[in-house]
Design a protein around this ligand. Sequence first.
Ligand code: TPP
Ligand code: SF4
Ligand code: MG
Length: 261
Amino acid sequence: MSVHSLHAFLRPQALPTVFCPGCGNGLVAGAILRALARAQVDLKKAVFVAGIGCAAWIPSPHFLADSLHVAHGRAIPTALGIKLRRPELQVIVVGGDGDIAGIGGNHLLHAARRNADLLVIMVNNLVYAMTGGQVGPTTPHGLPTSTTPYGNPEYPLDVAGVVAAAGANYVARWTTAHLGPLEQSLLKALGQEGFRFVEVVSPCPARVGGRLAMAPVEAMKWLQAHSKPLGQAGPEEIALGEYVERTRPGLLRALQRVVHG
Ligand SMILES: Cc1ncc(C[n+]2csc(CCOP(=O)(O)OP(=O)(O)O)c2C)c(N)n1
Ligand code: SF4
Ligand SMILES: [Mg+2]
């Protein structure tokens, strides 16, 4: 897919992008749009819901589609309300690790448990980037951040693992250095029902790379060097791959069975 064909999916007034140079969010945006194009999703029949944060800016202002910015952490319940009222729409949540797994963590857990018919894409840049790079639920142990300058004393949550255990139909994790499998995964997730969760580990040159004196290209090399397939990754490495793929009825179909028998 050429770059120019993706322009049909972008709001001209949103370009050039609001993201910092070298930010991974642009790569995630490209992967989402290529997957939507390959799945032949009509953007008029798609709704994006985002909370607050840098990653939450991926759909709006960039995508030429209906999108909502809601309170920090509340994208999933808002998206579920839309999906239940308008089941024919493809409802997609995009947000950061703080938004989705921190303040919105309880919504995430229960949407996965209920197998709610949503695609949730979580951009994990390891910190609360928009507000200054504070430590968050996915910050690796030992990583210095603005609020843990001597290194994070806590341990991170394996968000993909938790969502898979909670009952989601589809869960995968990739990084922005693995765009081919990421796009393929999003394409697969778009064609399924129930709760689908794709985590993307992504560089934040402004809030993480700068503190580590790591240029964006070095961050991409770091992501490649520190990622391993699921089952082979050590505790300090990023586990990549599909955590789960189930075909259980999504929440909508389960509710329809109750109503229509
Ligand atoms: C209820 C509420 N609490 C806190 C904030 C401040 N806030 C805005 S963005 C943000 C961090 C977002 O981090 P993340 O979701 O990881 O996105 P990133 O910026 O890293 O992409 C916070 C704490 C807010 N807007 N609303
Ligand atoms: S602060 Fe980080 S995540 Fe936010 S736009 Fe800049 S590089 Fe990207
Ligand atoms: Mg973040």
